[in-house]
Design a protein around this ligand. Structure first.
Ligand code: PLP
Length: 360
């Protein structure tokens, strides 16, 4: 068996320990003679799986009791519609557009009410986070929306935007569980799990209870109404059982690693290796303003398309997969999520140094 170093932005690398455990339990989960894929979502066994997953996530993130945790389907993109449907009482929402995902959420919300762009970094290909200390927040805004870590562009909010008292909604798909966050600063935190937690097909929503009501936009589908899902403890219909089971294992793994403070320290060390090299390299350079750099997604270029392509091809040969940048940015992108070992980043940097020597 040969595992590669997988720098994919998502679906992305998972802890090897978790995959091995899941393999061992594939045919017979804890002596029940079935796979988790084959068992009823109403069984005691599955109740234990989803309840334990929620309890571990609550412990890891220190989620207050007045927040609900929902395990849903439809990915992060489904919430681009669900959020306005559940929250747009005045039909007004303000958006900070820092990349393609925030833009898509903004476009979707525009279908349901007045969506305003209160700040944007599109003028410089989303290579920075705009100043959010004094935004022109709308008087009657139902919420302010941000994408906390911009997977494609490699930027991250390092300061909470000042929403002037309005509810803050954050897409944390690509930075969730990479460091501690103060959940109380947010009305809604949500994440598609396939970046930093588990297999695609699960989206987790952490929602302050008072925001979960029957007062939704007319025509909201039953399944997209958060209250339907909250009242049924995420079991209104068959949930993505196997995905939730893997997420639960990753939560346990994170607890074993020492929790989110420990992950933050490791992620900072890993990112520093790569950024320090990019800052001193004569060939490669990062594409993002230093103060806004993500710890999870690191885009970089040589400045020469052909050389970029040569690098990606040779890296693949050497066992470093999925380093090609997003089609809208070009160049390369190394996603170094929680499950990427430090050794993977060290080896990538060594490979980049060698490539630089050979291509001067
Ligand atoms: C990948 C990603 C999405 C889209 O997730 P889907 O589950 O494919 O809908 C949304 N937001 C961010 C920040 C992402 O990285």
């Amino acid at each position: 068996m040969a595992r590669v170093y997988n720098f994919s932005a998502g679906p992305a690398v998972l802890p090897e320990e978790v995959l091995k455990e899941a393999a061992e339990e594939m045919l017979d989960y804890q002596g029940c003679g079935m796979s988790v894929m084959e068992m009823s979502h109403r069984s005691k066994m599955f109740s234990d799986i989803i309840e334990t997953a929620e309890a571990d996530l609550r412990e890891l993130m220190n989620i207050p009791d007045n927040y609900k945790v929902l395990f849903l389907q439809g990915g992060a993109s489904q919430q681009f519609s669900a959020i306005p449907m559940n929250l747009m009482k005045n039909k007004v929402a303000d958006f900070v557009v820092t990349g393609q995902w925030a833009k898509k959420a903004y476009q979707e919300a525009s279908r349901y009410g007045k969506a305003n762009i209160v700040a944007s970094s599109e003028d410089k290909t989303f290579s920075y986070i705009p100043d959010c200390s004094d935004l022109p927040i709308s008087e009657d805004a139902d919420y302010v929306y941000v994408c906390y870590n911009n997977t494609i562009y490699g930027t991250k909010f390092w300061e909470k935007p000042d929403t002037k008292g309005k509810i803050l909604v954050a897409d944390m798909s690509s930075c969730i569980l990479s460091e501690p966050v103060n959940v109380e600063d947010f009305g809604v935190i949500y994440f598609g799990v396939q970046k930093n937690v588990g297999p695609a097909g699960v989206v987790v929503c952490i929602i302050r209870e008072d925001l979960i009501t029957d007062d939704v936009l007319p025509g909201t589908p039953t399944m997209l109404k958060w209250k339907t899902q909250a009242d049924a403890d995420s079991l209104y219909n068959t949930p993505p059982c196997y995905g939730i089971y893997i997420c639960g294992k990753v939560f346990k793994w994170l607890k074993k690693q020492g929790g989110l403070e420990a992950m933050k320290k490791r992620n900072e060390e890993k990112a520093k290796l790569l950024y320090d090299f990019l800052d001193e390299s004569a060939l490669f350079k990062g594409t993002v303003e230093k103060k806004d750099r993500s710890l999870m997604n690191v885009p970089f270029v040589t400045g020469d398309k052909d050389l970029d392509a040569k690098f990606v091809a040779e890296a693949k040969e050497a066992g470093f997969e999925n380093l090609k940048g997003h089609r809208t940015v070009g160049g390369m992108r190394a996603s170094i999520y929680n499950a990427m070992p430090k050794e993977g980043v060290e080896k990538l940097v060594a490979f980049m140094k060698k490539f630089e020597e050979e291509n001067k």
